[in-house]
Structures are given as C-alpha cells and as structure tokens.
Design a binder for this molecule. Structure first.
Ligand code: ADP
Length: 250
C-alpha cells in the first residue's frame, strides 16, 4: 500500500533519515522499532506530509504522494494521529470527534456562514458518528467529559477515535502505548485489532513496548541510524543479531 524508496531527510548538515526503503502491506499492522534517534518519527513525518523529504519517493497504491500536504493525504485516507491540541482540551470528547471532518477538510468560516442548513444536517450526522465511535472504543461514558480531563490512555483512545470519523485507509500511530497503563493498553490494542480486522484499516506504528508489538504487529521493521536495519516477524526480529546489537541488547 505504501512504498518508501530511498528516502533522505536532512536538517541542515544533519541526516536524520538516510536512504530508507520499505513497504507497508495493505491490511497489515506494521511495527516500526529502533533506538532513539533512529529516524522513525522523521520518516513518519515525511510519509504523512508533515515534512518534505530532501529526496526519495513515497507512493500509495502506486500513486506518487511524496511531499503532499497532510490535508491532501487525509483525503486519500492516510492519517497520522496527533496529540489532542491544547486549545481543544476544554471541548468535550464528543466535540473533539465531531470537529475532525470539518477541521481536516479545510472548512472555512465563510462556508459556515453561507451553508447553515446543510451544516446543521452534517452536524447531526457527525454527532451520530461520534457516538458510534465512542461506543466502539468503549468510552461512551466519557462523551461529555472535557478532553483535557482524560487520562493519558483515554486521550490515546480519543486520538484513535479521531481517525474513525473519516474513511481512513492507513493510520500512522506514534507511540500510542507510551505511558499508558496495562488495562487501557489492552483496550487500545483491542481497538487497533478490531479496526484492522473489521474495518480493513492498515496501520503503521512506532512502538517501544515489545509485548504490545508482539501482540499486534506483523511484520516489524527495525530502523537504526536513519536506515532500515531488518524486517520480519517479531520472532525473526528478536533473533536478528543486528537488531540485538543496535536496539534490543541495549
Ligand atoms: P526517533 O523517532 O527514531 O527517535 P527522530 O526521527 O525523532 O528519531 O530523530 C532522528 C534524528 O533527527 C535525531 O538525532 C533528532 O535529533 C534529529 N531531528 C529530528 N527532527 C529534527 C529537526 N527538526 N531538526 C534537527 N534535527 C532533527
């Protein structure tokens, strides 16, 4: 579904991603691991349009998407989760979900003035969708809570929920399990598996928790020093001498 070919990202004289090539198979939950500073987040940001790579190409289902802006990728169903922005923390959980489609489709203030009636109908549909998403994620009891009052793990669920408000095809998750307690981690893992199996989402996730990766990811790609070091099943990756030396052994 996604092919990254020889991607390079330089910041001034520093090369963060150094000729990385990889593929993300449609329908997979692909894990991305590696030591801090390996270039995982930079690679993510290059694929998701947050950064324009210095060189190299990214294609989605055969179509070149290198350097497209996040909202253009959003329309193709490629999403990257983001932390709930500070300014939205005083809005309710439901409102945070409801604003995703309008927010991301570049809705302008002018539109909201000129198309009031249509917007009212869209808003009702959006609210229904938001409530379905909350139910799917088993956090419907939090619908009216302020987003800022959620625990770290609940916020991660809400971030995942935001991707369900539109027709996502591939979702990039950056350390969705970081700092989350075991119970909520299981809930997040369940949601990811269900989205993958029942709704056909493809995932690519940066993660450090090896148990979480073992439960969800196949294949796993290990990056080091800006490049791809190894790729395989979790068992193959754990047994790979290069991976052990660069990452697991430390
Ligand atoms: P990882 O996610 O694997 O920990 P990152 O992609 O965050 O790695 O970072 C890779 C390297 O690139 C790091 O050495 C980091 O300091 C550097 N880096 C990341 N973003 C920038 C930036 N905007 N400007 C300069 N250096 C950066």
């Amino acid at each position: 579904m996604i092919t990254v070919d020889n991607l390079v990202m330089r910041f001034g004289g520093f090369t963060a991603v150094n000729g990385a090539s990889l593929t993300i198979r449609e329908g997979s939950i692909t894990g991305l691991i590696g030591p801090n500073g390996a270039g995982k987040t930079t690679l993510f940001n290059c694929i998701a349009g947050v950064l324009k790579p210095t060189s190299g190409t990214v294609t989605m289902s055969g179509e070149a998407i290198t350097g497209l802006a996040p909202h253009q990728l959003f329309h193709k169903g490629l999403l990257r989760t983001f932390q709930i922005a500070h300014e939205f923390s005083s809005l309710s959980v439901r409102e945070n979900l409801m604003m995703v489609p309008a927010d991301q489709s570049g809705e302008t203030l002018w539109n909201t003035w000129t198309r009031r009636r249509r917007i009212a109908a869209e808003e009702r549909a959006n609210m229904k969708k938001a409530d379905e998403v909350l139910e799917f994620l088993t956090i419907d009891h939090l619908a009216d809570e302020k987003a800022g009052a959620l625990s770290g793990g609940q916020k991660k669920l809400l971030e995942l929920g935001r991707t369900m408000m539109v027709d996502a095809r591939i979702v990039f998750l950056d350390e969705v399990g970081a700092g989350v307690n075991r119970t909520l981690l299981n809930t997040i893992g369940d949601a990811i598996l269900r989205l993958n199996r029942e709704r056909g989402y493809t995932f690519c996730m940066i993660e450090h928790d090896m148990d979480f990766i073992a439960r969800l990811c196949d294949p796993v790609i290990c990056m080091a020093e800006g490049g791809v070091l190894a790729e395989g099943s979790i068992a193959e990756i754990k047994a790979d001498p290069q991976v052990i030396e660069a990452y697991l052994g430390t």
